[in-house]
Write a protein that binds this ligand. Structure first.
Ligand code: CP3
Length: 390
């Protein structure tokens, strides 16, 4: 295999130095009583914390206005813009968390990979990564290439209240690999899975290459002051449990292990992962994000049962209870105030049952995936208020 990037980053290198941990600690300004952080710990929050995936973006007219003449990825490298776009929904909806405005392909773009975001489609690669040469040539991002993100985070932190947290994020290796291998968004991830099955050594080489980039993207955000991070394996639900365990879990576990020393909560989320929730919990996050298909009490029971089984079988992962995040169907926000009120109450009741049963530490309200672009911003504001009243 030709490796044009001959200094592979070893596992030990992924762990932060004591100095980096101290830097991150000094940068964090949210109060430990912030509702989201309290819910993660299992303390009773002053109100039920809520944020929504894709709360920053096309549902907001003020976002569309700012983005009128700036390309999607360009906006992610403009500190003033990324800070303002991150803050827009926090102000408008009184959110308990800001989600950094960025994209899962930002660290690839920063490292020099030819990738763009095409409106209405998503990330598209100049050339798909399907050969040993292409995997070898894939760069690993350097923290210095992410200065714009660091600067943007500084601007965000100056504007948040101390009961509001900043959530950083990254794409997890399967989801990132799918965009790289397919060359763009895919309906069934066929090329990706075919590589996994027919050329496992190439698959693992790609995972090895992506893991340090994901870790560094998260570390840069945490060291800049992110209070929590979410690892998005959006498309992992296309995998069987067996394949997830063999081809994906080891890398996600390494990523989470590498950020754990900072002590910031890690949320792990994917769509269609009802069957994978236990395995996703076993890679070590503090919070499990659930899509809208599995009721939160059922999801939480699966997680605790699976963690206990894993430990009994001598497998990896620690037992115990995680916090749970989710899981209103994004389409509910299109259905009118009465439906929103009833369905928010249902989700909260399911979460409360999970906590009462000892299957979840606490609940962070969210959607089961991102806000749909056609959503009326007032419906989102109303949903936030309903959650805060629960
Ligand atoms: O949807 C998924 O879960 C797939 C994987 C993924 C992508 N980006 C690829 C992509 C994930 C998890 C992201 C994260 C992301 N992207 C975030 C953070 C998390 C969050 O929930 O807020 C943010 C803020 C973005 C920003 C983003 N990326 C926006 C606003 C858009 C729309 C384009 C625009 O011009 O405003 C994108 C493009 C994008 N990235 C798409 C996908 C699948 C969607 C393409 C589309 O529908 O236009």
């Amino acid at each position: 295999m030709v490796d044009q990037n001959p200094s592979p980053v070893g596992v030990a290198d992924l762990h932060p130095t004591d100095e980096a941990i101290a830097t991150a600690r000094a940068a964090r300004r949210a109060s430990s009583d912030a509702p989201l952080l309290a819910a993660v710990r299992g303390d009773i929050p002053s109100r039920r914390p809520v944020w929504m995936m894709r709360q920053a973006g096309r549902s907001l007219p003020e976002y569309r206005e700012l983005r009128r003449e700036v390309g999607m990825l360009d906006s992610c490298f403009r500190p003033d813009l990324l800070a303002e776009i991150t803050l827009q929904p926090v102000r408008r909806h009184d959110a308990d968390a800001a989600i950094l405005f960025s994209d899962i392909v930002v660290p690839l773009k920063a490292a020099g990979v030819g990738v763009d975001i095409v409106a209405g489609r998503g990330p598209v690669l100049e050339s798909p990564v399907r050969t040993a040469e292409a995997v070898g040539a894939l760069p690993v991002v350097e923290p210095s290439q992410l200065e714009a993100v660091v600067e943007g985070i500084g601007g965000i932190l100056g504007e948040l209240r101390d009961d509001q947290v900043l959530i950083g994020f990254a794409g997890a290796p399967f989801t990132l690999a799918s965009y790289l291998i397919e060359g763009g968004p895919s309906k069934n991830h066929g090329v990706t899975k075919a590589m996994m099955y027919s050329r496992p050594e190439l698959w693992h080489a790609l995972m090895e290459k992506l893991t340090p980039t994901v870790v560094r993207f998260l570390q840069v955000q945490i060291e800049a002051g992110a209070d929590a991070v979410q690892l998005f394996d959006s498309w992992a639900g296309f995998l069987s449990l067996r394949d997830y365990r063999e081809f994906v879990a080891p890398y996600s576990r390494r990523i989470i292990d590498a950020v754990r020393p900072y002590g910031v909560p890690v949320i792990h989320f994917g769509v269609n992962t009802g069957e994978l929730l236990g395995e996703m919990a076993a890679v070590g996050p503090d919070v499990i994000g659930v899509d809208w298909k599995t009721p939160l009490d059922v999801a939480a029971r699966r997680v605790t049962a699976s963690l206990a089984e894993n430990v009994e079988a001598g497998g990896p992962g620690s037992p115990g209870v995680r916090a749970i995040q989710g899981n209103l169907d994004p389409a509910i926000l299109l259905a009118g105030p009465d439906v929103i009120r009833d369905q928010v109450a249902r989700v909260c009741a399911e979460a409360d049952r999970a906590v009462a049963a000892g299957d979840a530490r606490g609940h962070i309200f969210n959607l089961g995936h991102g806000v749909l672009p056609e959503t009326d911003p007032d419906a989102i504001t109303r949903a936030f208020a309903e959650v805060h009243g629960q």
